[in-house]
Design a protein around this ligand. Structure first.
Ligand SMILES: NC(=O)c1ccc[n+]([C@@H]2O[C@H](COP(=O)([O-])OP(=O)(O)OC[C@H]3O[C@@H](n4cnc5c(N)ncnc54)[C@H](OP(=O)(O)O)[C@@H]3O)[C@@H](O)[C@H]2O)c1
Length: 253
């Protein structure tokens, strides 16, 4: 991680769970991390906690589904830190919204954050890298195991799964466009299995027992397990592009 010390990483959704663990790990490795979320107070709290570490965490409030907020976040990063060298698109959510009974508004919300938010941040981050001649930049998309395989036993997650299948396609598309543009910017998809965070609690906000049951069926991953996957991809030598990292709890079928 030596070559990333002092360089700028954006982590979206740094207020909770996986994004919080990634932001913390990158700060400990000496990066200047811009952590965005709607609940910016939680990122500010983490930033305080990490004050004595090698790097720093700069909180920014941003709803990644709102283009004007995304553009103004990138403007702020440009004017204050020069630009982004690493972009980690982690912000995401699932709502319990089966294909036969879900509300259109729930589907739109998942598409706006998991797909369009990720695309807007990716476009702006790569633009920032290219206008500064940063040829070793890295885009990491926090995908999901269900971005590769649908689980018929969970209709609540079918639409969410489709948004993550879109991420899988977008990762390959982005790698193709970067290669056509003759850059060496790398793209990695990280696909976690069940990880204990606020994710299921938010998905089942009206029925908290469902989330409790999910996380107690077997030993889930911890957010730091996914942060370790990010460090693995970022630490690879420049000629090595880690395409996909799938991480599952040992007991998850
Ligand atoms: N937990 C799992 O089992 C699991 C498995 C596979 C993949 N994932 C993926 O991992 C990523 C992180 O999820 P998590 O498990 O850490 O869940 P989490 O604890 O609920 O955290 C989700 C993060 O996303 C942010 N977020 C949501 N909507 C946002 C928006 N419109 N704008 C900006 N930030 C937004 C939240 O911040 P605010 O609410 O403060 O804005 C929060 O920081 C997601 O992409 C998820 O799909 C999770």
């Amino acid at each position: 991680m030596e070559r990333w010390v002092g360089r700028v990483a954006l982590v979206t959704g740094a207020s909770s769970g996986i994004g919080k663990a990634i932001a913390q790990s990158l700060v400990c490795h000496g990066m200047k991390v811009v952590g965005c979320a709607r609940n910016v107070e939680a990122v500010e709290e983490l930033s305080e906690k990490l004050k004595a570490e090698k790097g720093s965490l700069i909180p920014i409030v941003c709803d990644v589904s709102k283009e004007e907020q995304v553009l103004s976040m990138f403007e702020k990063i440009k004017s204050e830190f020069g630009g982004t060298d690493v972009c980690i698109n982690n912000a995401g959510l699932s709502q319990a919204a089966p294909l036969l009974s879900g509300k259109t508004e729930q589907w739109k919300n998942m598409l706006d954050v998991n797909v369009l938010g990720l695309c807007m941040c990716t476009r702006e981050a790569v633009k920032s890298m290219r206008e500064r001649g940063v040829d070793d930049g890295h885009v990491i998309q926090i995908n999901s195991g269900v971005g590769h395989k649908q689980y018929a036993s969970n209709p609540d997650g079918h639409f969410y799964s489709a948004t993550k299948f879109a991420v899988t396609a977008l990762v390959d598309g982005l790698r193709n466009e970067l290669s056509l543009s003759k850059t060496h910017i790398r793209v990695t998809s990280i696909s976690p299995g069940l990880t204990e965070t606020n994710f299921a609690h938010r998905m089942y906000v009206h029925d908290p027992q469902v989330a409790v049951k999910k996380y107690s069926a077997f030993e889930s991953l911890k957010p730091v397990d996914i942060a370790d996957g990010v460090i693995y991809a970022l630490s690879a030598p420049k000629h090595v592009q880690v395409h996909e990292v799938k991480i599952n709890p040992t007991e998850q079928p």
